[in-house]
Design a protein around this ligand. Structure first.
Ligand SMILES: C[S@@+](CC[C@H](N)C(=O)[O-])C[C@H]1O[C@@H](n2cnc3c(N)ncnc32)[C@H](O)[C@@H]1O
Length: 209
């Protein structure tokens, strides 16, 4: 168990150079955030290296084993860049059906390659909290047309390093084709549409409840 647990993180994130540690660090450097929620995380525990309190939700059995294993806490303890003890909770759940966390209690909601997290888990995010989303399933596109969210940053990945742009954001989420983009359309498509300008990931603020 020891070896295979750590091997999972190594295989999916370290070997593929896909930890995205600096993506989370950029956010941590700019904003004061306490509680982070990561639905559809699989075993991507990198946010716990940066943020002291992270709740993970995933309905994959390998993920459940991974979060049950003591080695996972040890790995976080080795790699974290803050002094306090890491607080990590995991729910083996379909995030669409809800899980035992309080509404309006998180400062950052992470949506990476796992469906419409920004919609299905919006209720757990505080008003004023942040949504980090990419558009692999159209979740960022949905946030862009959602009045509850406002785009505040666009991330780029160049030569293995992330950077953020916070100006001229109205250049993003302009469709390449003249189609009417609706929530229903994006939910049905499940892969996002083509936009004139794109980033690697997007940061939104939840502006209304
Ligand atoms: C492609 S992986 C992405 C993992 C991680 N977010 C990353 O960026 O590396 C998608 C993960 O989302 C989980 N997932 C998808 N839909 C889910 C749902 N409705 N409830 C819980 N987990 C879900 C899957 O089990 C899988 O582990």
């Amino acid at each position: 168990m020891t070896k295979s647990t750590l091997a999972l993180y190594q295989k999916y994130f370290v070997d593929r150079e896909f930890e995205r540690r600096d993506l989370f660090q950029i956010i941590a450097d700019r904003f004061t955030l306490q509680c982070v929620l990561y639905p559809g995380s699989f075993v991507h525990i990198t946010p716990s290296f940066i943020f002291p309190e992270v709740v993970y939700v995933d309905n994959d059995r390998q993920a459940r084993q991974f979060f049950d294993a003591p080695e996972t806490d040890e790995l976080i303890a080795q790699k974290k860049n803050y002094s306090q003890m890491a607080q990590v909770r995991y729910h083996f759940a379909d995030y669409r059906n809800g899980f035992a966390e309080d509404p309006d209690s998180f400062d950052l909601l992470i949506s990476q390659y796992a469906g419409f997290v920004g919609q299905d888990c919006k209720k757990y995010l505080k008003t004023g909290g942040l949504l980090l989303a990419n558009n692999s399933h159209g979740d960022a596109g949905l946030a862009a047309i959602d009045r509850n969210y406002q785009l505040i940053g666009v991330f780029f990945l160049r030569k293995g390093k992330y950077s953020i742009r916070e100006t001229n954001l109205d250049e993003y989420f302009v469709p390449k084709s003249p189609i009417r983009v609706t929530k229903e359309y994006l939910e049905k498509l499940q892969k996002g549409i083509a936009y004139k300008r794109v980033g690697n990931a997007y940061l939104f603020r939840k502006v209304t409840g």
